[in-house]
Design a protein around this ligand. Structure first.
Ligand code: ATP
Length: 220
């Protein structure tokens, strides 16, 4: 069954969340104070309404309590973002995700009850820098301060070897959890699997070891 989401603030950030959820078959209500934004959002959401999310009555009248998750995608108007988050939690919305512009904004959003605070500019900046430092890393998830899962493009020099021959566990203390070959993903690769040109390894391990492996290209 589809989940019900509401996205408050239909700027670039809010609309891209709304659109992705909608494309994935979820029910998405778009909310914005600005009529033009609401009109423009029609192709990308299930419904959209004009409302001021800092107005408790307006939130009640759109039945905001009935949504499983509400995303507060207002950024520049920090006061509106904080007040909306507070009201949503007070009205009993279970999961409120809010966008923060900076650290202090994020701390306040947490204090007023946001269940998850996202920092899109900061996080994208980190991603871009990461990609520049390790061009072979296509994607990564930080599991903790020290450990990550990374998708690493295999250096050409290492191809035509089996996983056993590469022996990343002994050499780098890394575990290969999947291999992406063209559009297929092998989620429990056998040690005898031959790694081909263009393959991407999904590896888990310590950040330092991941970095040594991902930057191996020129040294092999
Ligand atoms: P983005 O960076 O996502 O493109 P933006 O640059 O348009 O957004 P923001 O200030 O983050 O600027 O606003 C996002 C949206 O939130 C805007 O469309 C704005 O009309 C809407 N918005 C601002 N305040 C409220 C409010 N109180 N209630 C509902 N929507 C609001």
């Amino acid at each position: 069954m589809a989940n019900q989401y509401a996205v408050i603030g239909l700027g670039r950030f809010g609309l891209s969340i709304a659109n992705k959820l909608f494309e994935s078959g979820q029910e998405v209500l778009g909310v914005d104070i600005n009529e033009e934004r609401v009109d423009e959002s029609h192709p990308f959401v299930t419904h959209s309404v004009i409302a001021d999310s800092t107005d408790q009555e307006a939130l009640k009248s759109i039945g905001i309590r009935n949504f499983d998750t509400v995303i507060v995608a207002i950024g520049n108007d920090i006061q509106a973002s904080i007040l909306s988050t507070l009201l949503l939690k007070e009205l009993g919305v279970k999961k409120v995700i809010a966008k923060a512009l900076n650290k202090l904004h994020g701390q306040v959003l947490k204090k007023v009850g946001a269940d998850w605070v996202v920092f899109p500019e900061r996080d994208m900046g980190i991603r871009v820098a990461h990609q520049l430092l390790s061009p072979n890393v296509l994607n990564f998830i930080e599991l903790s301060k020290d450990y990550s899962v990374e998708e690493v493009r295999i250096p050409d020099q290492m191809t035509n070897n089996t996983l056993r021959e590469l022996d990343l566990r002994a050499k780098f203390n890394l575990s290969v959890i999947a291999i992406r070959h063209k559009h297929e993903i092998d989620i429990s690769p056998s040690p005898d699997k031959i790694i081909e040109i263009g393959d991407v390894l999904v590896v888990i391990g310590d950040n330092k070891n991941l970095e040594s492996f991902a930057n191996l290209d020129s040294k092999v």
